[in-house]
Write a protein that binds this ligand. Structure first.
Ligand code: KG4
Ligand code: ZN
Length: 357
């Protein structure tokens, strides 16, 4: 039996400090040995959003014991680790720098390779942590900072089919929550409040619904919500608005995913119809079930990460590290933090005003 690689993953791109050890079994399926995530929600709550300086300070305070705990919980020793993978971007530069520097120093100290990971690639590969997943596949990445449809052709090989031209979907959930007076981070709360409301009560806009391919837009939705919240008087109206927002988002994603299916089909062998949904918003149960049904109707296999691995974590960073390790794709210790880092670096930058729809 050959020794399987053990990878330490480290994540600190925004407001979660995380570390994880993963390996794989004889069949090459990943095994998560430990996954520690420490959220900073309590620190940022009173400010209604992430404060970069406070986030960085908290990462610095916690990173040592989080990595130590990930090693302890895995049942392995430092000498068992074969490589260290840290998120290098995209994200807040002051936050990225903490996990990146720590990871480089750790790799240097144990004399093992260092691997720089794109956080978005971590989300893209996260379903591999619990399911077999082969390339190519269509990916819908819906997180707090990104909303994109991508043709994932292989490790590091992404072709963007569509993106948001303004707000990310998670951002739209968070902003709607704030307008409804829900504490940060409100995104997940919207889904819960929506269950008590009437989704037909408010008719909300669906920007670029009939044009723009599978590009997305959510900024108009937020403006409409702002207008309605000024007139809202009762708790029930609040639930109705949350339900109407949730329903509108589902309708937008349903329509745009069908367009993405058509575009993806032009680029692949029809036998390879796999649809992966990842990122924080992939934890939304109603969005999940709507997309599962859509996949059934269109003969796509659908795959999601487990709910607990939809948000930011280090197991997904270690997962990318494991794949890169097997291909001997190592990085130098002068690898920079990259606050902007697109998965498809050839995709043109779409700006709200500039996009031709
Ligand atoms: O992937 P993630 O943890 O961080 C980024 O890389 O951005 O995504 C965080 C986003 C937040 O905007 C959060 O409100 C949203 O995911 N989110 C949800 C749900 N859980 C997290 N949005 C809608 N429904 C949920 N259940
Ligand atoms: Zn993320």
């Amino acid at each position: 039996m050959s020794k399987k690689p053990i990878i330490l993953g480290i994540e600190s791109s925004c407001d979660e400090t995380a570390a994880s050890l993963i390996t794989e079994n004889e069949q090459g399926n990943p095994i998560v040995l430990s996954s520690i995530v420490s959220s900073q929600v309590e620190i940022h709550k009173e400010f209604g959003g992430v404060v970069p300086e406070l986030a960085a300070r908290s990462h610095i305070e916690k990173i040592d014991w989080i990595v130590q705990k990930a090693i302890d919980d895995s049942g392995k020793k430092i000498e068992d680790i074969d490589a260290v993978a840290s998120t290098a971007g995209p994200g807040l530069i002051v936050c990225l720098s903490v996990g990146l520097s720590f990871g480089k120093a750790f790799a240097f100290a144990i004399n093992k390779p260092f691997i720089a990971v794109n956080h978005l690639e971590g989300h893209a590969l996260s379903p591999k942590l619990n399911s077999e997943l082969n390339y190519p596949y269509l990916l819908l990445l819906i997180s707090g900072g990104h909303s994109q449809y991508l043709n994932v052709q292989g490790l590091g090989k992404y072709k963007r089919l569509g993106t948001t031209i303004d707000d990310a979907l998670g951002e739209a959930f968070d902003k709607t929550a704030r307008l409804l007076g829900i504490e940060f981070p409100g995104g997940p709360q919207i889904e819960i409040l929506a269950r008590k409301g009437d989704p037909e009560k408010y008719d909300l806009p669906k920007p670029i619904y009939h044009k723009g391919g599978c590009n997305l837009s959510f900024a108009g939705l937020k403006t409409a919500i702002l207008r309605i919240t000024k007139k809202i008087k009762t708790e029930q109206e609040k639930f109705d608005l949350a339900a109407s927002f949730q329903k509108t988002v589902e309708e937008i994603l349903k329509k745009k995913t069908k367009v993405a299916f058509d575009e993806f089909k032009k680029q692949i062998d029809p036998k390879e119809k796999i649809f992966v949904v990842a990122g924080g918003v992939a934890a939304n149960k109603k969005i999940r079930s709507m997309l599962i049904n859509l996949c059934k109707e269109n003969n796509y296999q659908s795959l999601f990460p487990p709910i607990e691995l939809c948000g930011d974590n280090a197991a997904m960073i270690a997962m990318v590290g494991l794949e890169k390790y097997k291909l001997k794709q190592f990085d130098n210790l002068d690898y920079p933090a990259k606050p902007r880092w697109d998965l498809d670096e050839n995709a043109t930058f779409l700006k709200g005003a500039g996009i031709r729809l």
